[in-house]
Design a protein around this ligand. Sequence first.
Ligand code: ATP
Ligand code: MG
Length: 344
Amino acid sequence: MYIKSIKLNNFRNYSNQEIQLDKEINIFFGDNAQGKTNVLESIFLCAIGKSFRAKKEKELIKIDEEKATVEIEFEKIDRDGIKKNKVSEILGNINIVMFSPDDIEILKSGPAKRRRFLNILISQLRPQYVYYLNMYIKTIEQRNNYLRQIKELNNPTKEMLKIWDEKLAEYASYVFNYRNEFVEKIKDKILSIHKNITQEKEEIKIKYISDCLNKEKYIEELEKNWEQDILRGYTTKGVHRDDIYIYINGKQVNIYGSQGQNRTVILSLKLSELEIIYDEIGEYPILLLDDFMSELDSKRRENFLKSISNAQILITCTDEFTIDNKMCKTYFVNSGKVSNRLEK
Ligand code: ATP
Ligand code: MG
């Protein structure tokens, strides 16, 4: 799969910008705060349906403008082997894997970041997942409102809670099943990927932790926690607390691992994501490397790019660099304008 062109209109600091992309490696150079990441963000938005950094959608619209548009023209092999081109209306059609220095948060920060990692992967491949997840979140909010009502009114009838529990468990089991399916896929991929990177020195293990392994048990669990939930005014058990534990040689990596071990785990996770998407759609997703290369020396950059050489890659970087043995298209980004530097 590859993107042919991107058109940005009043998106972030871009007024009107068209970018023709190369099928292989595209490097965006420029000083800080010029609009490099904004280009990747526009692609991410079209693939996932939301930004990876905006708290409110309004932030994406150029200041003082009414609306923003992003148009992406891409080519993808469809499952019947017929090529198709589509402009816009692309949600769920473009597949991406993003690499950024912030990825380390997946391990170092709380479980929300790990759920987000799963959500981004699953939502690209199973659009229904987004629906069930949203319904789950909505139901939790309704149940929480009801819990607070019971407390405020000192209302002893809890019959309605049973109904909310049933509904919540229904959506929770969909969310659980999708997550479980994808954690299994990650397990299948990551062991050999990680062994390769660490030259067989490290064995990685992944465990999916959830309150909702089984629908009936989850309903019982909810009921057991009624008093506590009413007292606190929120739902304590559910897939909104799911987590993934990652072990290296038997020890939890985010607690006991070195910095290098944590970084390597992130790389293995991302490469697993890449292979899972490849298996599902029969071609490589587009890779978005935000400031990622600046952390690697030139040898590692080359090795890394070799290991993913079949995908279209977009790289942002502040220092100009070239990649031996591989020609790439480079762009210069300066205050919301992208210009071509070197053509292939
Ligand atoms: P760095 O190298 O520091 O990561 P970058 O080139 O990746 O920088 P971006 O994050 O792409 O920078 O863009 C940041 C620029 O976009 C800033 O100058 C910021 O003020 C501007 N910007 C962000 N949102 C908007 C908006 N809604 N309207 C106008 N400008 C915006
Ligand atoms: Mg940036």
